[in-house]
Design a binder for this molecule. Structure first.
Ligand code: XIL
Length: 343
């Protein structure tokens, strides 16, 4: 037998081993067995076509909504609550044994015009409390976690100037957490941010200090989200990210990798695809190894629809499935990473 033949037999058996090592189990099941929920942010229509439903059933132990749970969609007018799409997503999740993470109760974007009518602190508190309480009472016991506030910091670690900061003041964040906790004490309450993953960066450190202070003063908070909209061709300081995760673990705070996408230059170069694959697998390994990371949620699942091309010109192909809804190599590599991770 010549050397090439031996090499190909070895390669084939390695392939068979890789498949049996996963035991034919889905990404969702493999990750859940290791204490991590995987899933995707969905557009409202994703829960209907048979092909996408199969993908979601296979991959998701948790789902969130890309847009339909934001103020602008949820309550576009003061007297109109748009329950249709959120109700359908929650029902879909329940039918398929998936958790739901609500994104989001307060943000500086996607705010309806009538919010400009708020003038005083009392107006702000009344508006925010009514919104939070109405939603959380409707879904009481059915939503696993809420992104109570999204993107509250500037890059320098000061609080972002938002309609909520302006009308209520800097305690709007803890106020919202208190109100949310009163409405559904079992729901996990998260604060969600971007560029907050690496310890030593002003925004990350400010967020950590705020959360630690909340914990010490008994303000209800369970976790923080790291959005992780990353680029394959930019540096990633794994040690600083792990340090940050570990300091949150030390104060009993869970973490969600909440909006993961790793965009790449759309240049057809194998190096770009490889860099993307490496970073995705690294992120997954971190999520599995740092035990306070509870979920790994990608911001979509296929190249048919992603916010990346419009938001980062020249970049794209940031998710696990291609435009024909076939899993890409990056997906297979991530699933293999999960299968190979034993503690
Ligand atoms: C984005 C959606 O993907 C877009 O469809 C929408 O037009 C704007 O919002 N951080 C967040 C998400 O917290 O809510 C954003 O989602 C992406 C960045």
């Amino acid at each position: 037998m010549n050397i090439n033949k031996i090499a190909s037999i070895v390669a084939v058996s390695a392939g068979i081993f890789a498949v049996t090592a996963c035991g034919g189990k889905s990404m969702r099941k493999l990750a859940a067995e290791r204490g991590l929920d995987t899933g995707y942010a969905l557009a409202a229509g994703d829960i209907y076509p048979e092909k996408t439903v199969k993908i979601l059933q296979n991959d998701c132990n948790i789902i969130t909504s890309e847009n339909c749970m934001k103020w602008g969609y949820m309550r576009p007018k003061k007297d109109f609550w748009n329950w249709g799409d959120p109700d359908a997503l929650v029902a879909f999740a329940e039918k398929n044994g998936m958790k739901v993470k609500w994104h989001t109760l307060a943000w500086h974007q996607s705010n309806p015009p009538f919010l400009a009518d708020m003038k005083t602190r009392a107006d702000g508190i009344a508006m925010l409390d009514d919104y939070i309480t109405t939603i959380m009472t409707r879904y009481k016991g059915r939503i696993y976690a809420y992104d109570v506030i999204n993107e509250m910091f500037n890059e320098d670690g000061t609080l972002r100037d938002t309609i909520w900061l302006e009308t209520i003041g800097p305690d709007y964040i803890e106020h919202a957490l208190q109100t949310a906790h009163a409405a559904d004490p079992a729901a996990k309450l998260y604060l969600n941010e971007y560029n907050n993953e690496a310890a030593g960066y002003a925004k990350s450190d400010a967020m950590y200090a705020m959360v630690k202070d909340f914990k010490e003063r008994g303000v209800p908070i369970d976790g923080i989200g790291m959005q992780l909209h990353l680029a394959a061709d930019q540096p990633f300081d794994e040690a600083a990210v792990r340090r940050n995760l570990q300091r949150y673990a030390a104060i009993g705070i869970d973490v969600s990798f909440s909006e993961v996408d790793v965009r790449k230059k759309v240049d057809g170069k194998p190096e770009s695809a490889q860099a993307q694959q490496d970073l995705y697998c690294r992120l997954m390994r971190i999520a599995l190894e740092e035990k306070n990371v509870k979920s790994f949620i990608c911001w979509g699942f296929s190249d048919i629809h992603s916010w990346v091309p419009a938001s980062f010109p020249g970049y794209g192909e940031a998710l696990f499935y291609n435009t024909a809804l076939k899993p890409k190599l990056v997906y297979k590599a991530v699933v293999k990473t999960i299968a190979e991770n034993h503690e």
